[in-house]
Write a new protein. Sequence first.
Lengths: 113, 114
Amino acid sequence: DSGVTQTPKHLITATGQRVTLRCSPRSGDLSVYWYQQSLDQGLQFLIQYYNGEERAKGNILERFSAQQFPDLHSELNLSSLELGDSALYFCASSVDQGTYEQYFGPGTRLTVT
Amino acid sequence: AQSVTQLGSHVSVSEGALVLLRCNYSSSVPPYLFWYVQYPNQGLQLLLKYTSAATLVKGINGFEAEFKKSETSFHLTKPSAHMSDAAEYFCAVNHGGSQGNLIFGKGTKLSVKP
């Protein structure tokens, strides 16, 4: 158990819908990262937050957004969902920003039908 | 820009045999390198991390990796494979600077035959 929790574990929804994925980092970790894992794209970095502020963006679509709250949990919002958004979404946390090791949650499997 | 290449999408070994999973990196700055393991239907678990303190890094579950700057490699090894090692293994390099996001290789699926 990494100490990072993600809910829900599975999510099935229809095209055009909007969903919210939730992540609670390890106790004391200030940085949260979101990654997407799909068969064709592999593991791709989406976005990073550090202590409530956005720090870096990767291959995140404009239909996707995220935020980190004062209690440091984070939410990833995916809207206008398309079939191609079906993937595993991982949250990871680290104690600080930079080169520290990241600990991954169990992931949320999103299926768009 | 940093990148990682994992040679071999599938590797199969017999139980008790040497495990060697290859990773080559490209980085414009001194790299921070990681190996993660993903068991079916689970998240990624950190195996080990290279931070320039030592070129040979020991990780969990008997795995180790050697950083070779001249070969830009960070191969993962284990002397004797166990059935429980069957999983997918990912090599990753840290983006660098204050951002810290990981750039992953495409992964190598390890099968262990009895």
